[in-house]
Design a protein around this ligand. Structure first.
Ligand SMILES: Cc1cc2nc3c(=O)[nH]c(=O)nc-3n(C[C@H](O)[C@H](O)[C@H](O)COP(=O)(O)OP(=O)(O)OC[C@H]3O[C@@H](n4cnc5c(N)ncnc54)[C@H](O)[C@@H]3O)c2cc1C
Length: 472
């Protein structure tokens, strides 16, 4: 029960936990649960009630929504024994057990001089991140993590074991690239791998009075990333910068941290890679920098250390266009909320606004996905997210309310200015958000059709609690 990142999820007690050792054991468990689901569906039909959820699926346990991979009084299927990582002989792909965390993947690949487009935080699970989309240090080169999965092994609602790839069950293959836990339980993912050595990576730490300059640097760097702009070049090894603005209630202080990554190490270890050296980030006054050449795993560990488990957590997100005035308005919303946090003296609260680029171009790299970002223009977008943690359960409602209000204020501003976007990154959504609506009508319809095809009775819609459902 302590395997969750969010303390709230640790407090949702299941009636039993199943840890299947292989796909056949899992298939057997699903068949048993299916019988129970059918019985309850029959009963529900007679009594005109809805079928209650009976199972939840846990990958790496890093969802910040309590109940996404936990279930009160039901059956929790924990995938942590699906932990194999098998690189192909030719170095071009790797089979990854769906219970792995990204550290289990990066380390053995690193020994072979390989990497995959995967998570940026070593402790996060492969399953949830990949099924929700997946933003990687390698996204500017290869696109979303999900767009680099050649094949899935999955147990469907009737307990059958099947594979989905470009040639077998190709619709299910595409649906799994952002469709989350709506189609079955994925047991193995085969990802494309590529040669990779060490990377240049780290954080710059700055005082809060640099915030406005950070916003400018972020805005101009993201604009520079549009490859179609004449006269501008873009280095695909430069990962999307993460600009994080934090308020720590306990200490009463604010700080800014910027994560910069270049996935090819510079020829001269002592110098910043050209794309970052020529960016406005290099000119910002900072009190500390950890940017250096390091292994991919150490870069991912650095992310993990900054986000330890054991605290109450909330995420919420929205997407805006890379417009300077809108980014300033987003920052104002973040800053205004600090007054409310101070007023309520929420114990040990950390309130963080994270900005990261999302280029529609990334969505066109790799395999097609249903995220709904590949059509339309090349205009760069920014994923705005709040990552919030605090100490006491009695503050849950208040913190979640502050976070929701902040997102709603940003959405209202962006909509007024025509700077909003419908996409909401599923893996950063709060429980009240509806990410599938942001995929667009056509993609949502496609996902619903695939769900009806592989799970006509809707066990993963009604019987499997948690995550975001397709609204069937
Ligand atoms: C500290 C931190 C850092 C993060 N960094 C990144 C990042 O760099 N890039 C990024 O894109 N996202 C990132 N995220 C978001 C992350 O992608 C989500 O939190 C994701 O849900 C984590 O997946 P998990 O398997 O660990 O979580 P879980 O809580 O186990 O699962 C999340 C959801 O996926 C479902 N699920 C998981 N595995 C399976 C499976 N095999 N079959 C069917 N359904 C499954 C679960 O039922 C649940 O609904 C980060 C999150 C945190 C907390």
């Amino acid at each position: 029960m302590n395997a969750y990142w969010d303390q709230k999820a640790c407090e949702v007690p299941p009636a039993c936990v199943i840890q299947p050792r292989n796909v056949w054991e899992l298939a057997q468990a699903v068949k048993i649960l299916r019988r129970e689901f059918d019985l309850r569906s029959e009963r529900a039909k007679k009594s005109d009630e809805s079928v209650g959820p009976i199972l939840a699926v846990r990958g790496g346990g890093h969802s910040p929504v309590a109940g996404a991979s936990s279930i009160k009084g039901g059956v929790l299927i924990d995938l942590s024994l699906f932990n194999e990582v098998i690189p192909a002989e030719d170095g071009k792909s790797v089979a990854i057990g769906a219970g792995c965390k990204w550290m289990h993947v990066s380390k053995p690949l690193e020994e072979k001089g390989l990497a995959v487009a995967g998570g940026r935080n070593s402790a996060v699970g492969v399953g949830g991140l990949t099924l929700g989309g997946g933003l990687s240090f390698f996204s500017p080169r290869y696109g979303f993590v999900c767009s680099n999965i050649i094949e899935y092994e999955i147990v469907l609602a009737d307990g059958s074991i099947t594979t989905a790839s470009a040639t077998i069950n190709s619709e299910l293959w595409r649906a799994l690239k952002g469709g989350s836990n709506n189609f079955g339980i994925v047991t193995r993912l085969t990802a494309r791998s590529f040669p990779s050595t060490s990377i240049w990576s780290g954080f710059l730490y700055l005082p809060p009075w640099q915030s406005s300059k950070v916003l400018s640097a972020f805005h101009s760097f993201v604009n520079r990333s549009i490859t179609s702009t004449p006269g501008q070049t873009h280095d695909e090894h430069a990962a999307g910068p993460l600009a994080c603005f934090t308020y720590l209630q306990q200490l009463g202080i604010q700080a800014v941290a910027i994560n910069l990554v270049h996935t090819a190490p510079p020829a001269n270890d002592k110098r910043w890679p050209g794309c970052w050296r020529t960016s406005a980030f290099s000119k910002l006054w900072r009190f500390w920098s950890t940017c250096d050449v390091k292994s991919l795993t150490s870069a991912m560990d650095e992310m993990s250390v900054l986000n330890p488990p054991g605290r109450r957590q909330e995420f919420a997100t929205t997407t805006v266009k890379n417009d300077k005035v809108t980014l300033e308005a987003v920052h104002n919303v973040y800053r205004d909320a600090i007054a409310t946090i101070k007023q309520h003296r929420i114990k040990n609260m950390s309130w963080t606004l994270v900005l990261q680029p999302l280029l529609p171009e990334w969505a066109r790299k790799g395999d097609a996905n249903p995220l709904g970002l590949d059509s339309g223009g090349d205009e760069p977008l920014v994923i705005v997210s709040f990552t919030v943690n605090w100490a006491r359960s009695e503050d849950d409602e208040l913190v979640q309310g502050i976070t929701r209000t902040a997102i709603e204020k940003i959405d209202a501003f962006a909509e007024r200015k025509g700077m909003g976007h419908r996409y909401r990154y599923l893996n950063y959504c709060a429980g009240w958000q509806k990410p599938f609506e942001g995929y667009g009508d056509e993609n949502l319809q496609f996902l619903r059709e695939v769900s009806k095809e592989v799970d006509p009775e809707g066990m993963f819609q009604k019987g499997c609690v948690g995550g975001f459902k397709l609204g069937l």
